[in-house]
Design a protein around this ligand. Structure first.
Ligand code: 1HE
Length: 259
């Protein structure tokens, strides 16, 4: 299947999985304006037939974050608009409708960590390290990190990373929930593809519910969250696909949980 071509991204279809690669390795996949525009384009309109997206970085690093070369001379209003463009883009990544599995290695830094934490399942290699050097660069996060990273590792730990420049290694990141799987060197992309195929075999409506309802419910008061959960349950469980899948299990034709 042919896919749109990009200058700073690779995009290829592997069955129902769209594999998207950040392709600026000479600059450690630092995210400049053309790259954020391309990320926005592909995640707002994923290739036809895609049920899951795998995101990875070409070269030895996932991403060195914001392209600092572009940012020296911006006015406050320009930075505000730039930050909101990143927010729109990462909102498409998180809630565009398709689950995203990320393969991490090397630097997952600043905006690179903001991008990674917009994705749903993260697989890291031993070379991975996580840092928020914004403090030492004289800036603040602007790609949603104060919301998404803080919700994963806690605002206190995020403050510590930003204030001290402390980088956490792959094992520490795994313990903190920054990755969900820690695999060997060179194994993150294959593992991400394996997980993506598994996710692609789920009912699309269930996948949609998981990635769209869970983060919203997490923002709600308990009573509202419980009500929203019931609505989502009513939608998914009354779908034809759910009925077929439950019948298949009861007839012994579907795999058991944990298999
Ligand atoms: C860059 C960038 C970048 C590399 N913007 N050009 N991010 C940072 O503060 C991280 C800055 N980067 C680094 O600390 C290091 O580059 C790495 C640890 C990621 C990798 O080190 P290394 O030794 O493999 O590569 P390098 O030699 O430092 O960099 C290779 C080239 O990439 C070099 O350019 P060259 O023309 O001299 O070859 C670097 O200048 C370039 N490069 N990182 C621009 N980030 C929405 S708000 C988000 C806020 C943030 O993301 S703040 C964090 C910014």
């Amino acid at each position: 299947m042919s896919t749109k071509s990009y200058a700073l991204l690779t995009v290829e279809m592997r069955g129902a999985v769209a594999v998207v690669g950040l392709n600026r390795p000479d600059k450690r996949n630092a995210i400049n304006d053309p790259l954020i525009d391309e990320i926005c384009d592909v995640f707002s309109a994923p290739p036809a037939g895609a049920r899951v997206i795998v995101l990875h970085g070409h070269g030895t690093h996932f991403s060195a974050g914001l392209d600092l070369a572009e940012h020296r001379d911006r006015e406050a209003f320009e930075v505000m608009q730039h930050s909101q463009k990143w927010h729109r883009t990462f909102q498409y990544v998180q809630m565009g409708g398709l689950p995203v599995v990320t393969a991490l290695k090397g630097a997952v830094v600043g905006g690179g960590l903001e991008l990674a934490t917009s994705t749903h399942v993260r697989v890291a290699e031993p070379s991975t390290f996580y840092a928020l050097p914004e403090g030492s660069r004289g800036i603040f996060v602007g790609g949603g990190g104060s919301v998404r990273i803080a919700r994963i590792i806690g605002a206190g730990r995020m403050a510590e990373m930003m204030l001290t420049g402390h980088a956490y290694n792959a094992q520490e990141g795994q313990a903190m929930g920054l990755s969900h799987h820690l695999v060997g060197e060179g194994e993150a992309l294959p593992k991400a593809l394996e997980l993506a195929e598994r996710i692609a075999s789920n009912a699309p409506l269930s996948n949609y519910a998981v990635i769209n309802a869970l983060p919203r419910i997490a923002d709600m008061a308990q009573n509202d969250g419980l009500f929203a959960e019931s609505l989502m349950a009513a939608m998914t469980q009354t779908s034809t696909e759910a009925r077929d899948r439950m019948r298949a299990f009861l007839e012994g034709k579907a795999p058991k949980a944990g298999a």
